[in-house]
Design a protein. Structure first.
Length: 186
């Protein structure tokens, strides 16, 4: 996965605060070589959390976090060549995130075309939502977590319920990145 952490009236509702998935993003799936589409509302999260073990420490942490969430929504598209999507494809999302309840806390732009944005929705001192747009020349990933979450808890959810591993510098065992460790396991 890439950097740390991707017409609205006809689009499905993403959360209580009226964030809609733009229709043009769903059309990207036609050009993508791989797509991920995860839509878990509160009732589906509670059902999914029943499959997380309370005996496993990592899964128990994820289960605790999930109990405070209203939804997890992921859209990810991988392409076999550059130029299969444009940043304008996510402009409808960005426009919705310019509302007063959302604050952009991270904006990364690279000359290589690797761009990431992280937005938080706050209610006083509480974080009530997190939105990540991670764009690379051949990959676009959008993650929206709706509900009470601490930024450090995001890592606990990676790899569970469709939430991808965000960032290449996560390590396993001897300090190898996930990508290197996975290749060695294969």
């Amino acid at each position: 996965m890439g950097l740390a952490v991707a017409a609205c009236l006809a689009a499905p509702l993403w959360a209580a605060e009226d964030i809609h998935m733009p229709v043009n993003l769903d059309k990207l799936a036609e050009r993508a070589t791989e797509t991920v589409d995860v839509t878990l509302d509160a009732s589906m999260l509670q059902l999914a959390s029943k499959f997380l073990s309370s005996q496993d420490a990592d899964e128990a942490k994820a289960k605790n976090i999930v109990s405070r969430l209203r939804g997890v929504f992921v859209r990810s598209f991988e392409f076999d060549k550059d130029g299969q999507y444009a940043m304008s494809d996510v402009e409808a999302l960005r426009a919705q995130l310019k509302s007063p309840q959302w604050t952009r806390i991270v904006g990364v732009r690279s000359v290589k075309g690797e761009n990431s944005e992280v937005y938080l929705q706050r209610n006083g001192d509480q974080i009530e939502g997190l939105f990540v747009i991670a764009a690379e020349p051949r990959e676009l990933t959008i993650v929206h977590i709706d509900g009470s979450i601490k930024p450090e808890e995001l890592a606990e959810l990676e790899g569970h319920m469709g939430i991808p591993h965000i960032g290449k510098n996560k390590t396993k065992g001897g300090g190898k990145s996930d990508d290197k460790a996975q290749k060695e396991e294969e």
